[in-house]
Structures are given as structure tokens and as C-alpha cells.
Design a protein around this ligand. Sequence first.
Ligand SMILES: [Ca+2]
Length: 363
Amino acid sequence: MPMTKTLLTRRALVAAAASLAGAAFAQANSPAALAQALAGTPATRLPPVSGKRQVIIDTDPGQDDAIALLMAMAATDRLDIKALTVSVGNLPLAVTEKNARIVRDWANRPEIPVYAGYPRPLVREPIFADDVHGKTGMEGPALHEPRGPLMPTHAVQYLVETLRAAAPRSITLVGLGPLTNFAAALNSAPDIKPAIAEIVVMDGSWGVGGNITPAATFNVYADPEAASIVFRSGVPVTAMSHDAARRVLLTPERIVPFRAMGNNAGKVVADIFDSMVAYGVRRRGVAAGPIYDPCVIAYLLAPELFKGAKVSVDVETKGEFTTGATVVDFRGYNRRAPNALWISEADTEGFYALLRAQIARLP
Ligand SMILES: [Ca+2]
């Protein structure tokens, strides 16, 4: 290629990067930075937050849910957990609601109420992930009969009544499973939207494909209509994507400090992690694996550990091969205002330091 053409090509690349991502980004004109700029909106580091957040956590425990819930319930200085609502997902509802109450016991937080939601997705047949999480849903540690009862009220009724009585933008909804309960609440009572500060979900992937089909991640695939309702709700959504969560790889070395903590919660986490690594060996032949849901709690406590971008996200509900896929418009093709903060990068070492600090606080 002649020299002038090479220069022109390079100049065109720099100009394209500048127009897409701003002059400051284009100054970092390494090939990797240029490639990222041409791919679309670059993720930026999220600012830290302070103060205490009121949260309602919807969950389908689930091994990674259990660790996420322990992490959240340890953060008594940062999270005011109003309730756990339980969804069908990794296992049937009868298993997930019982597991949520067991985790509550492990954290010694008997005052947190647990409400069970719908036993099925909005319109589809349920799918489960007991091949991953074991028949108990929390394979690894010894499980006991929960000490506290389930609340008699349906989770969706609880959500609607609580949000109707709440101050504007005061409660953060945290979704660690399929989004059936949140979608049902939003659909049946749209007047609850102003009370919601943000809906933070463990959902979707763009760069790294799915974990239940080639295109879809489990929580979306299990109830894509529900995920679509949440993303289209008009409430600010933060999506902890698999793009970010799969960077937070669990390895045998990272389990050692939890087993050495000397508290029961550290042993529980180490037992669950050992089971997850064993699954990684069985399924993929490597002693490592991703842990998903705890990344969502880490975002609530320390968003500065993550990078993200505000983008437009759609959920595929009619695909022949792609049902449950999240379609992320990094380049602004659809000319809509962003509906989500898409988190795509994570600080792995920072994440594990935070998780260790939280689990060490528990009994
Ligand atoms: Ca989950």
C-alpha cells in the first residue's frame, strides 16, 4: 500500500474514533483504543456512591444468588434490605423460596421478610438449571430446615403495596433471577414506577454470547417477555452483563481465603465455590468458572469497580435461534434515548477484595 494511502486510512480511523467517542478518547490512539472507539460507545468507569440504599432483592437461589445475598445482608451500613422476593428460575419456586430463607439464617438476618412470587414465567413453560446448581439449588454446604417462615402475601402484591407507599425514587429493585415478579408488578400497577430509583439486574450479554443458548443468558431466556417489560418500562435499568461478570473468574486460589476466615459464612461460601469449580471441571474441563449474581451486589456497594455505558437495549422475544438475546445498540442505530446502563467491564481483584471484606463480617 502506498504511503499516502496508509496515512489517509490512519487519519480516517482517528477522525471516526473522535466523532464516535470524543476527542479525549481519540488521543489514546493505540490500535486497541481505536478499535474500541469504532465498535461504539466506550465504557467509562462508574463513579463511587455513598449513603444507604433501600433495596428489594428478587432472587432464585441458586448458588451464586446465595453468595450475593450473603454479601448484601452483610452490608448493613450500606443496604437497607426491605425484603427478599423469590422467583422461579434456577429451581422450582418451592426450592428457591426455601433456599432464600436458609441464606437469611446463615446471615442471621431474621428480620428480613421473604415473599414468594409467581411459580411460572409470564407466558412460557419454566426451565431450570439444576444441572448447574444441583437438585438442592445450593449444592456444596449442608442445608438445614429454615428457621423462619415465608410471608403469606404474594411477592407481587408486596411489591405493589410497598412501592405505592414509598417516596419518589426511593427504592432500588435488584433482580438476580428471571424478572417475572418485577414485570408483573410493573404491568399490573404502572403507578409504582415513580417510586423506583433504579432496577439493577443480572441480565444479558453482548460480546460474549449466552450461557443457556448460544445467544441468550439464563435469566433472560427463562422469561424473555418479563425482561422485555422491565427494559421497556421507562424506569432506569442497570444491566450487569455477562460481558462484565465473566471477567470475575473463580479459581481454586481465590477460594482459600474464604475457607480460612473461621466463620460459618466463609465456610459456606468456600463450599459453594468448591462445587462451582467442580462443575467447571465437569462441564468445561477447567478448574474455573464465572460467578454472576454477586457482581450485582458489588455494583451497589462499589460501582467504581465497574465500567459501563448508557445504551439502548432490546430483548429478543420472537427469535428462531435468538430468543432471550439482549440486543445492545452501542452505535445509536435505532436513534432512541438510552434505556439502560450496560456494565461491560469489572475489576476482578477489587471485586474479590470487596467480597472477602463483606463475608468476613458475617457469623
Ligand atoms: Ca440468580
